[in-house]
Design a protein around this ligand. Structure first.
Ligand code: F6R
Length: 617
């Protein structure tokens, strides 16, 4: 949940580190710092609580040095203060460490250091690592051996980068549960927790695996396991362009990424629709027809919005492939000692491919002999490397709130459902119907985006309230969950989602003129039933906003013609194949959340208490 950047090479590193920190600031932003190996020896460390701008202001005018490490923090151990900001150094100032993750046996390590007379300057778990590495890096001990020895004692997760004043020509980095990526440049090397910090300098990257260290020098790198056995690692090219990491004139990445959805969906579908056999072509999936026929159940796993996408995906898989399918938060699954079924297919859904709960769930399923597919956005990420699977190709998602990746997940899970279904019972005519429906999505989403002004007006009215309900059922329910999630995470308006049919079992008690209710109403066989649930809200005078399709809109107008309309506001998305309706119905809710955040003067890109890719528990 924090960001790491490191550099060693031929250039002064401070500007490179600062630029890299700006790129990963979305991963943590309550304090930041850097350490640079000074040309005349020693380390120069500058760190500040607060946003990156405060660190920038604190930097000396001249800060020369060709090796350095930097960090942007989202506090876990200890308050966000100058002292707790990374990098942390040992008492002599020889060793500097930046760290993502959590050292679980920190109390034991702190006690040991204190018993040895070490005065700890702050409250973080990371500081212990700096003292321990300095102690281990005695005369004749290579830095990597000292780092190895200390990490072998650490319980918990880490991505770490270590700088040593006595070896200013190198960095030592290591990972266990928190990403570390090496960027290979021209007589220079970078390290980062996220490719966003590397793309300006190189397209060649290599991901460290858990339990791996790298010794990084200007001319290249070598990797080794914690027991010193050399490992081999070949860099690969990233295809994301630098422009994709820029705001491109938008005030927020969130809006930019919402508007990018037509292209993101095009990319997710490109080359994957097969008209001849009315099916999907999924290059990374190695399931044979025999394997597919043997699947008795599909279990999807993800966290947060990825879990909501998984819920929607389970519905499409079950309805098209006629295979029981359900979704579960990966964070719950991993802790409940689940039965792993041999004839089940497990599907892990993740934007970052680094979310720890999802990753551990994947590893647990694999360890017990289960088969896991990944539906992942970040190429080369840990979950992507752990499983066969489907890349989303949505491009980098910088905004903390997931938008374009969410709809790409829905489309990709639609592809997976089609693929499974066409091996099983779905006939070619239905297959062709779904192929055409998927192909139409980018244009239909573009049409929804054209309604932004109307959605902004609705958002401003919602923003005037403290709370909102989102209701939906069947295919509308995961959309309602995602709508509520988006609204609360970026605007801080309290929002809850319910299956529409559950309202009468309790929550209706809260419906009042001060509680807007957003009803997600796909045009499907449940529409009439859903409209009758809406009457319960009407009766309690709750302001009603429908996000619906032409059938829902027509019902509203028909009611209006004979007296009162059904809703106070109607946001209509195009008609589509019913299995794909969640893609279109989600888009107005993203814009609703975004414009509510803007109306309330929130920073939509950096919601409080949230960080992109949750790599700690
Ligand atoms: C919400 C959001 C989070 C993520 C969740 C999983 O907008 O972005 O809820 O969906 O943290 O992250 P990934 O998909 O990277 O595994």
């Amino acid at each position: 949940m924090c960001g790491i950047v490191g550099y060693v090479g031929r250039r002064d590193c401070a500007p490179i580190l600062m630029e890299g920190l700006a790129r990963v600031e979305y991963r943590g932003y309550d304090s930041a710092g850097l350490a640079v190996a000074a040309p005349r020896g020693g380390l120069r460390v500058v760190k500040r609580a607060g946003r990156l701008a405060r660190l920038h202001d604190a930097l000396p005018r001249r800060l020369a040095g060709r090796a350095g490490i930097a960090h942007t923090r989202w506090a876990t151990h200890g308050e966000p203060t100058d002292a707790n900001a990374h990098p942390h150094t040992d008492a002599s100032g020889r060793i500097a460490v930046v760290h993502n993750g959590i050292v679980e046996n920190v109390s034991e390590l702190r006690a040991e250091l204190e018993a040895d007379g070490v005065a700890l300057a702050g409250e973080t778990d990371t500081e212990c690592l700096a003292h321990l590495i300095a102690r281990a890096a005695g005369p004749g001990t290579a830095l990597e051996d000292a780092v190895r020895a200390v990490l072998a004692r650490v319980e918990g997760t880490y991505g770490v980068a270590v700088l040593d004043a006595e070896h200013p020509d190198r960095l030592v980095v290591a990972r266990n549960g928190s990403p570390v990526i090496l960027g290979v440049g021209e007589r220079e090397m970078l390290v980062a927790s996220d490719v966003a910090a590397l793309v300006r300098h190189t397209r060649q990257v290599a991901h460290l695996d858990d339990g791996e260290l790298a010794v990084v020098e200007a001319g290249g790198f070598r990797t080794l396991a914690l027991d010193a056995t050399p490992t081999s690692k070949r860099p690969f090219d990233i295809t994301w362009s630098i422009e994709q990491f820029d705001k491109d004139g938008h005030e927020h990445f969130m809006r930019k990424e919402i508007l990018e959805q037509p292209e993101a969906l095009e990319r997710a579908l490109r080359g994957r629709l097969d008209d001849r056999f009315a099916t999907a072509v999924l290059g990374g999936v190695e399931l044979t027809a025999r394997d597919v026929l043997g699947i008795r159940r599909v279990k999807l796993l993800g966290c947060g919005s990825a879990y909501y996408a998984a819920l929607a995906g389970a519905q499409v898989i079950e309805s098209l492939a006629r295979t029981p399918a359900d979704a579960e938060p990966a964070s719950e699954f991993r802790y409940r000692d689940p039965v792993i079924e041999r004839d089940a297919l497990y599907v892990a859904v993740s934007q970052s491919g680094e979310t720890l709960d999802t990753l551990v769930a994947v590893q647990e399923v694999k360890r017990r002999g289960g088969r896991v597919l990944g539906v992942v956005n970040v190429v080369g990420s840990t979950i992507a490397r752990e499983c066969e699977g489907v890349y989303l190709h949505a491009g980098p998602e910088i905004s903390v709130a997931s938008t374009k990746v969410f709809t790409s997940m829905l489309a990709s899970l639609g592809l997976l459902a089609l693929y499974l279904a066409r091996v099983r019972d779905l006939g070619p005519a239905d297959g062709a119907r779904v192929v055409a429906g998927l192909r139409a999505l980018p244009e239909q989403v573009a049409a929804v985006l054209e309604g932004e002004d109307a959605i902004r007006a609705v958002a401003e009215r919602v923003a005037a309230h403290d709370s909102a309900f989102f209701i939906g059922r069947h295919r509308g329910y995961p959309v309602a969950l995602e709508g509520a999630q988006k609204l609360k995470e970026v605007s801080y308006v309290h929002a809850e989602a319910y299956p529409a049919s559950e309202l009468k079992h309790g929550p209706l008690a809260l419906v009042s003129p001060d509680l807007p209710v957003v009803a997600v109403l796909p045009d499907d066989p449940l529409l009439d039933k859903n409209l009758s649930f809406v009457q319960q809200v009407r009766a309690r005078r709750g302001p009603l906003i429908a996000v619906t399709q032409p059938g829902g809109e027509a019902a509203h107008h028909a009611a209006a013609a004979t007296g009162e309309g059904l809703f106070d506001e109607v946001l209509t998305v195009p008609a589509c194949e019913p299995e794909l309706a969640p893609v279109l119905l989600t888009v107005p809710l993203q814009l609703l959340a975004y414009h509510a955040a803007v109306a309330l003067d929130r920073d939509a890109d950096q919601p409080r208490n949230l960080a992109k890719s949750v790599t700690v528990e």
